[in-house]
Design a protein around this ligand. Structure first.
Ligand code: NAD
Length: 496
């Protein structure tokens, strides 16, 4: 049985723990590896070594740090398909979707290679007579990242390249459900020439996360995962005086105006709701049909009914299994609850079978209409291939509905009216808005800007905000004497 190693002090090493968690292939539920819950001693060693590595790494010139990222992005591109194949095995994602996961991460590494210009401070000459003020951006120290199962390449790559390019050292605790992809990312980072200890990878679950949240040597924590854990991470990390950015769950609405292009709407809804088995934090899980647009629901049903899940290398499959039997049970239970609470179940994905893979965690495409805000299927993040349709009378009503949602990760409007789109982008209380684009994930030169219950913190992932999150600003006010004249002591604040 493959045992996933820890990556501590620049070495991939076997944990001495007695506690191991099975890593399974969601298409078969075969155990493909075991991941350790790192011992206290191993956690302490990782933290101590990351602290020591920081002393040297912070002195490495910023252009050299950028070059490490250039070598890393080249290696990731070279190994792109191989990483995607590992990712498919442990997540069940189709190969095409797994490649997208890797590629979206590579783009962040490309962005991290621009670190010199992103770390520039500000200067003003002559803030007072012969006095100049300038600021530097300096790294924080040891930072930590805790990542979810659903993007095992992209989300670790949102974090450690930006933190390390900014001059920090980093401890990554990947999801225990798919640790093989992040392990491969760490191997390639080492091959790219990362000095020992700059990146450490520890494994485990709550106990290991708690050590990262409470140890005083850790200065900042980045988290991506579910709402309850995200709140806990934010509250515990900040109580322990750390900087925390916590990206949590979502419920994303797509508003469909009657003047939208019908075929574009149908295509967008189908791909954005069941793609990746609905296990994307930016998946569209609620379609809000305005007025006569609800007449298109039968066509959405017809298109969704043609979609089927399947194995990662099945070219005809649109998506894979959900991550675990527990996740499947939860999705199916929510579907039953939706039916019991009075939503109209137009397509039922329960008891789904895939030929030749009887033990996989399959859920077929599922469609509800007549969904109301008080129903569990609306209130809870289902994280499965389930699309809820809601019907409203006007754009105003659609905006109120979306703004009343506690989540604010992403939303989208489909329309041919510039006025409607402009109003929507202005009034909607959601951090990422698509106009005739269902999943508006910003590229890394912007930041990933979820709002409300989908994000706790202030500085977001990647883009300039990540550099702000991982650094501290130091402002220097300097005077160099250019004459022999010496003033006497000064006892009051002088107006300049
Ligand atoms: P999760 O919260 O179960 O786990 C995330 C991480 O937290 C894992 O590394 C896990 O080991 C750790 N963890 C789990 N329970 C913990 C606890 N009690 N204390 C401390 N650490 C704990 O999330 P998941 O199921 O792996 O991922 C899916 C969730 O992530 C969804 O809710 C999805 O919306 C969210 N997500 C959000 C974004 C975003 O950008 N907002 C992006 C991707 C995923």
């Amino acid at each position: 049985m493959k045992k996933v190693p820890l990556f501590i002090e620049g070495e991939f090493r076997q944990s001495t723990t007695q506690e191991w968690i099975d890593v399974t292939n969601p298409a078969t539920n075969e155990v493909i590896a075991q991941v350790p819950c790192a011992t206290d001693d191993e956690m302490q060693l990782a933290i101590k070594n990351a602290g020591e590595a920081f002393k040297a790494w912070r002195e490495v010139p910023v252009s050299e740090r950028a070059r490490l990222m250039m070598r890393y992005q080249a290696l990731l591109k070279e190994h792109h398909d191989e990483i995607a194949e590992i990712l498919s095995q442990e997540t069940g994602k189709t190969f095409e979707d797994a490649k997208g996961d890797v590629w979206r991460g590579i783009e962040v590494v490309e962005h991290a290679a621009n670190i010199p210009s992103m770390m520039m401070g500000e200067t003003v000459e002559n803030v007072a007579r012969e006095i100049d003020t300038y600021s530097f951006t300096q790294p924080l120290g040891v930072c930590a990242g805790i990542t979810p199962f659903n993007f095992p390449a992209m989300i670790p790559l949102w974090m450690f390249p930006m933190a390390i390019a900014s001059g920090n050292t980093f401890i990554l605790k990947p999801s225990e459900q798919d640790p093989l992809t992040p392990t491969r990312l760490a191997e390639l980072f080492e091959q790219a020439g990362a000095p020992k200890g700059v990146l450490q990878v520890v494994h485990g679950a709550k106990a290991q996360v708690d050590t990262l949240l409470t140890d005083p040597a850790i200065k900042a924590v980045s988290f991506v995962g579910s709402v309850p854990v995200g709140r806990y991470i934010y509250e515990t990390g900040t109580r322990n005086m750390k900087r925390v950015q916590s990206f949590a769950g979502a419920k994303n609405h797509m508003v469909i105006m009657p003047d939208a292009d019908k075929q574009q709407v149908v295509n967008a809804l189908v791909g954005a709701s069941v793609g990746a088995a609905g296990q994307r934090c930016m998946a569209i899980s609620v379609a809000v049909f305005v007025g006569a647009a609800q007449e298109w629901i039968p066509e959405v049903k017809e298109a969704l009914a043609k979609v089927r899940p399947g194995a990662w290398d099945d070219a005809g499959a649109s998506y894979g299994p959900v991550i675990s039997p527990k996740a499947k049970e939860r999705v199916e239970q929510l579907i039953s609850q939706g039916e019991a609470e009075g939503a109209r179940l137009l397509l039922d994905g329960r008891n789904c079978q895939v030929d030749g893979l009887p033990d996989g965690n399959w859920v077929g495409p599922t469609l509800f209409a007549g969904v109301k805000p008080e129903m569990s299927i609306y209130k809870e993040e289902i994280f499965g291939p389930v699309l809820n349709c809601m019907e409203v009378g006007s754009l105003e009503e659609a905006i109120s509905l979306v703004n009343d949602s506690p989540y604010g990760n992403g939303t989208s409007i489909f329309t041919s009216s510039g006025g409607a789109a402009r109003r929507y982008q202005h009034e909607i209380e959601v951090g990422q808005v698509g106009i005739n684009i269902p999943i508006p994930v910003p590229l890394p030169f912007f930041s990933f800007t979820g709002w409300k219950g989908s994000f706790y913190g202030d500085q977001h992932a990647y883009g300039k905000q990540a550099v702000k999150f991982y650094t501290e600003t130091k402002t220097i006010t300097a005077r160099w004497f250019s004459s022999e004249a010496v003033d006497g002591p000064n006892f009051s604040i002088k107006m300049q």
